[in-house]
Design a protein around this ligand. Structure first.
Ligand code: 16G
Length: 253
């Protein structure tokens, strides 16, 4: 194993083992896939050459080639004749479902630039659905933020957030991150309940997200609470199915 390759973190040769019941090329593909989707190779456009990867992981070049072929078929890598193997830059984001994070934090944490385009922002009377979700009496005031959320300029999600006006009196107060604004105003989001379902995008949403009509997406409803249990936010979002992975950690009861 060459020293240069061995120090080329975050490659981890111990991720591969002959003892596992999975062919080595699939173990290598799995390791590289994790590094790519977790954004841990964002500094590197190109992967090291086949020979260097083979030395780093202590496997044959045939194994490396088969692993790369898997990831090319999945659209995570592409090869250019004579130039090498490159990581596809389409944003692919993993969100852990056990931690409460904002879009800005999720995207920034992947080394991508978070951004928003306003679709609308308004203040008004809560609809019955919003009043129920936010525990408000009928006729209470809410603020609505309707945003297209982008990562490195690529649209990933459409979010419609409704918040009691008592916590956010004016939608114009939100310039960048909503959660940062709420923390700054002394109302930090503490806990959330989220429901996810698979859907096909209607034409207007698909057009905003730049995907074909009927493309698969995740519809997510989130209710976020303050530490004392008061509902703070009710969000209805559509996430592009090809760009987001939601990861859940399970443990024995
Ligand atoms: C996430 C939340 C959304 C929240 C937003 C705040 C999900 C499904 N939704 O996108 O409820 O409003 O973060 O992001 O995770 P911001 O602080 O960047 O505006």
């Amino acid at each position: 194993m060459s020293t240069a390759a061995a120090t080329a973190a975050p490659f981890d040769p111990t991720a591969l083992s002959d003892a596992l019941p999975l062919p080595l090329y699939l173990q290598l593909a799995r390791h590289l896939r994790t590094l790519i989707v977790e954004g841990r190779l964002t500094d590197q456009d190109a992967l090291p050459g086949e020979r260097e990867l083979a030395e780093t992981f202590g496997v044959s070049r045939v194994t490396v080639r088969k692993a790369l072929r898997e990831l090319i078929a999945e659209g995570l890598l592409h090869q250019r004749q004579g130039a090498g193997t490159f990581i596809n830059r389409s944003p692919h984001v993993e969100q852990r479902l056990s931690t409460l994070t904002s879009f800005t934090e999720d995207i920034g944490g992947r080394g991508l630039k978070p951004d928003s385009r306003w679709l609308s922002r308004s203040a008004g009377t809560a609809t019955p659905e919003e009043a129920m979700a936010l525990g408000l009496r009928p006729g209470a005031e809410v603020v609505r933020l309707h945003r297209l959320r982008l990562a490195d300029g690529t649209p990933l999600a459409i979010e419609l957030s409704a918040l009691p006006a008592s916590f956010l009196p004016d939608p114009e107060l939100v310039q960048g991150s909503l959660y940062e604004t709420l923390r700054g105003r002394g109302h930090p989001p503490f806990r959330a309940l989220q429901r996810l379902s698979a859907i096909r995008l209607p034409a207007d949403q698909a057009a905003l997200l730049g995907v074909p009509d009927g493309a698969p997406a995740l519809y997510i409803e989130r209710r976020t609470f303050l530490e004392n249990g008061t509902p703070l936010e009710f969000v209805r979002s559509h996430y592009r199915g090809d760009a987001y992975d939601f990861v859940v950690e399970l443990s024995l009861a």
